[in-house]
Each structure stands twice: as C-alpha cells, then as structure tokens.
Design a protein. Structure first.
Length: 591
C-alpha cells in the first residue's frame, strides 16, 4: 500500500478492492454514470403511467410517481459533488455510505410499483409492468454495474419486490414467472460482475499508468539532479587539481631549461611525461563538465571533409608507422555543415582509439557522401567490441579489460566526450563491430549547401622559441604562493623581470614603493577574499593605463567561464602548457 492510500475494508471497497486511489476512481465513475442515467427515470415513470393509470387510477399512480421522482432527484443532488475525484478523495467512506443509502432508498421506492399496482392490474398489464421493471434492472448495469455489490443489492431490491408481488397475486403461472425472474436477476448480476471487472481493470491500468508516469518523472528529476551534482563535483575537482598541476608544470619547465647533465634532463623529461598524462585527465574532466554544463556552444560552418581527413591522416601517419599499422584515408571532396573544431575533436578521438586498440592490420578513415548527409567512418582491424559492452563504453571512466586502471591504457573518457559532442552537434553516431575482427565508428553529418569554402586549419602556434622575452616587465597576481614562485622561476628563466603579488592591495603597496610600469599583467581569475582577477586588471589599468593582460584560471564553472569570455581578456586554463604560455605572452607583448 502506498503512502497516500487509505485503509479500506473489502466490504467498503466492493469487490475486495483494498487500494483507496482505485476505489476513489471507481466511486467517481459510478456516481457520474448514476447521475447521468437518472435522466431516463421520468421517461420510465411516464411509460408506466401510460400502462397503469387506466386500471390503477391517478391518486395511487401520482403518489408513486412523485415519490420516485423525489427519491432520484434528491439522490442526484446529494451525489452531484461526488462527480469530482478530489471531493471523493477527501472522505471516500462517506461517499460510499451516501451512494449505497440513496441508491437503496430510490430502489425500494421505484421497485414498490408492482406491490402497489398489481392488485388493480390485468395479467397482461402485470406482464407489461414486469417487463418495464426488468428493463430498469438491465439499464442499471450501465450506471451501477461498475460496483458489483451496489448493483447486486439494487437489482435484488427490485427483483425481490417483483417476485413477491407475483407470488401474492396467486395467478396460475405466478411461481413459474417468479423462477424466471429470479434467473433473470442472477443473469443480470453475472453480466454486472463482468462489467465491473472490466471497469476495475481499466481503472487500475489507468491508475498504474499514472503512478508509473509520476515514478518516471521523479526518476528523471533524480537523474538530472545527480548529473548536475556530478558536473559540479567534476568542476570543483578539476579546479583543485589544476592549481598544483599548474605550479608543477611551471617548475618542471624551469627544471628542463636548467638541467645540464643527462641524468637531470632524463628526470625532467619523466616529470614532464607524468604531468602530460595528468593534464590530459584534467582536460578531459574539464571537457566533460563544460559539455554537461552547456558551456560549449557549437558554431556551425561549412567544413571541407577532404581537408579534415587529410589533416588527421597527416597527423596520425607517424603513429601508424611507429606501430607498424597501415593508415588509409579516402578524402572525398564534399562539405558538411558543422562546428569544425568540435567535429575534428570527435574524429580525432575515434582515430586515436582505433590506433590505441589495434595491433595488427590498420585503420581506415573514409567519407561516404549520401544524398543529404556525409558519413565519416573510422574503421579498424582491432579486437572489436563485444555486443554487451557497446553501450557501456560510452559511459565515463568505463574501460573494457582495464580493471587495474592502468593510465597508459587511457582514461575511459574519450567516448563519453565523443557521445556528448555528437549530441551537441546533432549528428548521429554509429558503432558496428565484430569481436576479433575490428570496429567501425561512424558519424553522419548533414551536407552543406552552396559553394565550397576553404577550410580553416586549426591554429598552430608559431615557433615561439625564436622570439625573446628578455627584459619584459611582467606582473604576476596569484593567491597561490607555489604558483607565484613557479612563475617567478619560469618567467625569470625566459629573461623576464617579474614581480609577483597575491592580490590588488599587495600590488598597490609595490607600486607605491616603485612606480615603474609593466609590459604585461598575468592574473589568476579567482583570488583570495572574493577578489576577481578580471576586476583587479580593470582597477590596475585605471591606474597604469592599457597594459596588456592575461587571465589564467583553474575554474571550470560555466558561469565563470562565460564571465571570463565576456570580459574580452585573453584566457588560459590551468595547468597551462608552457609553450602555450610563452606564445601568448609573446603575442600580447608584440601583437
Ligand atoms: P579509453 O580509450 O581512454 O579507455 P574511451 O572512452 O575512449 O576510453 O573508450 C572506452 C573503451 O572502449 C576502451 O577502454 C576500449 O576498451 C573500448 N574501445 C574504444 N574504441 C575502441 C576500438 N576502436 N576498438 C576496440 N575497443 C575500443
């Protein structure tokens, strides 16, 4: 029994229906039909009048007709509010009592016609009245039949009075008619039993469907809340990881620059490798949380499939030859309508997996133009994916056969990102695989209309090392002492003259002591005591003039990402790749 059910006895509920919500629906159904069918009562009264008034006379007929009309009228008035489920739900027991009492009273009054009229009627008129009463009993199946106990008692009241009236007449065939009437009454109750079962099944199904729907809605809400909580957790975790990682990457870059002996260089290289894989994990987490938070907005453009495939092919050829695999590409000269960067990320993820999991044979990347779409597929001769795994591999952190979570075997996030990206881009993702023979991951993208446009290659940083940063005056604002120290070391090793502060107040103090200006401000986004790096840069610019500035943040919360984007200031995510940082600084110093 659910929380909102009211304990009801089997007698109350009719046919053993102990579930209050179902009983309430049943009661409402019966009351609605009983009131609607009351319209037939005056017609029946009139028909009986036509048949009986000549023999019975007006006074006796009028007394019966008036009390019958009054009984049905009062019943309809009393039951009327019960046509609404909410009213019945307030007190179902009261409505059961009212329904039974009013039905029994109107049954006794109406069914008294044979008793009152038979003594004055000819046998043929008695037969006619019997037929009309039988019709009433039959008609009542439609209104009361949904509640078997109610109908059986109502039909019983009519039939018992009718049978007794026949037996009292002492007619030759009275007992035979009485037996026929008894049989008729039982058959009618049998019909009603079927009818009420059907109605109850219908009501129960409807009720169960409603219950199921509300359970589904509740489950969906729960899942959405859990998803939001997970994204929040990921964003927070990735922020907290980014801080120390950022500092570490600064130190490791500085270490690499300074290591002169081979052993130290080897250690620095290993540290860099470890950092790269950790950074890849944090980046994937950031990708997922950004996608879940709706912070990625695709910008659809015309994309050349040929250029896209050629670019990926060129990038992965060295990896193919290193693994002794073939890499064939068939670049079709067609165009699709999609976000170029996000589409490329999808395909690179798929090609990456194909090479990672294939050890014999090779990988094929091809495009197949259809009438309105282009299918781009990545086919490999790898181990294939068993049918039972084909859905699960798209879940976060799910990996087939890597229970020890060996990092070198990946993170289990690639396909989770691919699925989110394809959903975001509104493109279909298909997977076909034969275990032991290989897999094909494919996307179906809408074809572009109109003239081809040259594809924009993804921005590649120019070789930053040829240019120098020597002498550049850089102000670093970060509340993390380790990051400040790391920046001092790294930027110092590039020849910059660096001053590092924890926040605006500290910068002000330093400026009071030495008012020489800066060529660049590098500020953390979230500083101590709710200080915001963007705001700090604005305040400093008000004092120092339009100094170029760069914001670096470990924050991945979508509203903060948007705020940073809206500020118009260049923005980098922690941990920043050292090459990228150098490139950005150079760009900002000499635009
Ligand atoms: P990762 O590759 O980092 O483990 P993914 O989310 O990209 O994470 O992939 C999830 C799992 O799907 C992998 O562990 C791998 O078992 C399986 N998988 C993905 N691509 C392929 C492929 N081309 N061939 C065989 N298995 C694959």
């Amino acid at each position: 029994m659910t929380e909102h059910s009211v304990p009801v006895s089997a007698a109350d509920a009719g046919e053993g229906v102990g579930h209050a919500p179902v009983l309430i629906h049943q009661l409402c159904f019966v009351i609605q039909h009983a009131i609607r069918n009351s319209i037939a009562v005056p017609i029946v009264i009139a028909v009986i009048g036509v048949a009986c008034i000549p023999s019975v006379g007006w006074p006796r007929y009028t007394a019966w007709a008036a009390s019958t009309l009054a009984a049905f009228g009062i019943r309809a008035l009393l039951l009327r509010p019960g046509m609404r489920i909410s009213v019945i739900a307030e007190n179902p027991r009261r409505w059961i009592k009212l329904l039974f009492a009013s039905t029994w009273i109107s049954g006794i009054i109406t069914g008294s016609a044979p008793f009152l009229f038979f003594p004055a009627l000819e046998p043929i008129e008695q037969m006619f009245l019997t037929m009309i009463i039988c019709c009433m009993v039959t008609g009542a199946t439609a209104s009361l039949g949904a509640h078997l106990v109610l109908y059986a008692s109502y039909a019983g009241i009519f039939m018992v009075q009718l049978i007794l009236a026949w037996l009292i007449t002492g007619n030759a065939h009275a007992s035979f008619v009485a037996i026929l009437l008894l049989l008729y009454g039982l058959i009618m109750i049998g019909f009603a039993a079927n009818f009420s079962r059907e109605v109850m099944t219908g009501v129960t199904i409807r009720f169960e469907n409603q219950e199921l729907m509300s359970q589904l809605v509740a489950a969906r809400r729960e899942a959405e809340a859990a998803n939001a909580a997970k994204s929040q957790f990921l964003a927070a975790a990735s922020h907290d990881l980014r801080q120390p990682l950022h500092a570490l990457s600064l130190y490791s870059a500085a270490l690499k620059l300074r290591s002169t002996d081979p052993a130290s260089a080897e250690i620095a290289a290993r540290i860099n490798e470890a950092l790269e894989s950790t950074t890849a994990l944090v980046d994937s987490l950031l990708d997922i949380s950004k996608l879940d938070a709706g912070a990625v907005r695709p910008e659809s453009r015309r994309v050349s499939v040929k250029a896209l495939i050629e670019r990926i092919h060129a990038d992965y050829l060295p990896i193919a030859s290193e693994k002794g695999l073939s890499f064939r590409a068939s670049p079709e000269d067609v165009h699709v309508e999609s976000d170029p960067a996000l589409l490329e990320q999808v395909l690179r993820n798929l090609v990456d997996n194909a090479f990672k999991y294939t050890s014999v044979g090779g990988v094929t990347l091809y495009a197949k133009p259809e009438e309105h779409t282009v299918r781009i597929a990545v086919e490999d001769t790898g181990p294939g994916i068993h049918e039972s795994e084909r859905e699960r591999i798209f879940q976060e952190f799910y990996q087939v056969g890597n229970p020890e979570r060996d990092r070198t075997q990946g993170l289990g996030l690639g396909l989770a990102i691919v699925r989110r990206l394809t959903r975001l881009l509104g493109i279909e993702l298909h997977l076909e695989s034969v275990p032991g023979r290989g897999s094909t991951f494919a996307v179906t993208i809408p074809r572009a209309a109109g003239e081809p446009v040259a594809p924009k290659a993804l921005a590649q940083p120019a070789d930053a090392r040829e240019r120098t940063l020597a002498g550049a005056r850089v102000l670093v604002i970060d509340d993390e002492p380790s990051v400040r120290a790391g920046m001092l070391t790294l930027l110092g090793s590039w020849g910059c003259r660096v001053r590092a502060c924890g926040g605006y107040d500290e910068v002000q103090q330093q400026l009071d002591d030495d008012a020489s200006g800066f060529d660049l401000i590098i500020a953390d986004f979230r500083l101590r005591q709710n200080e915001n790096g963007i705001e700090t840069v604005r305040r400093l610019r008000a004092r120092l003039g339009p100094v170029p500035a760069l914001i670096i943040s470990g924050d991945t919360a979508p509203e903060r990402l948007r705020e940073a984007k809206d500020s118009g200031l260049p923005f980098l995510h922690k941990p920043v790749s050292v090459d990228m940082l150098r490139q950005r600084i150079l760009d900002l110093l000499r635009p």
